[in-house]
Design a protein around this ligand. Sequence first.
Ligand SMILES: CC(C)(COP(=O)(O)OP(=O)(O)OC[C@H]1O[C@@H](n2cnc3c(N)ncnc32)[C@H](O)[C@@H]1OP(=O)(O)O)[C@@H](O)C(=O)NCCC(=O)NCCS
Length: 174
Amino acid sequence: MSPVTGEFIQYQPASPTWAQALQLTLNQIVMEKKFLLNTEPFSVTQIEEYICKMIKNENPFWLAVQDRKVLGWCDVKRLENINLRHTGTLGMGVSLPFRRRGIGKNLTRACLAEAWSSGFDKIELTVYADNEAAISLYRSLGFIEEGRFRRFARIDKNYKDALRMALFKSPDVE
Ligand SMILES: CC(C)(COP(=O)(O)OP(=O)(O)OC[C@H]1O[C@@H](n2cnc3c(N)ncnc32)[C@H](O)[C@@H]1OP(=O)(O)O)[C@@H](O)C(=O)NCCC(=O)NCCS
């Protein structure tokens, strides 16, 4: 996949050389403790290994970059079970000061375009039920709600419900 450029922000597939820059953005969102399942910071090595594995498995993984900074990412990881391999799980985040500028939508669109052309039929995700920004973004792209997990996570003794959302390549798939 070739990079897409727009308004000083470049949208490009991830490579291990971006691991350190991605670590800053990822860990900043991890430490917000409100949006992601993980609440422990990631090491550069963990991120490098994750990027390498995603590339090896031909999973879509897009970055929004400006100068040497990573402003956000979106990735889709194919499920491993032989009967579930038509489905990918989407994860994403945009650095706090850069939110609400269209970066999340651009990243998701780039990732989805690659996913559909790579043979995925269904993209699913799990989002905390109180994450209005993310739910609104996913709905605006056509994701539908498939169900609710009650007390899905417990963070600092507080339970959080989560929604399972999904988008289908062809809407008439039963
Ligand atoms: C969710 C997230 C990725 C959205 O990224 P973003 O770059 O801010 O989103 P965009 O600017 O592309 O917004 C696209 C649409 O999403 C919705 N949206 C985004 N932020 C919103 C907010 N704070 N409140 C309500 N709707 C919002 C809107 O529909 C928006 O379109 P509009 O600006 O034309 O109204 C970002 O808020 C984020 O990183 N949050 C923390 C990490 C996270 O929640 N990851 C997802 C875990 S499932």
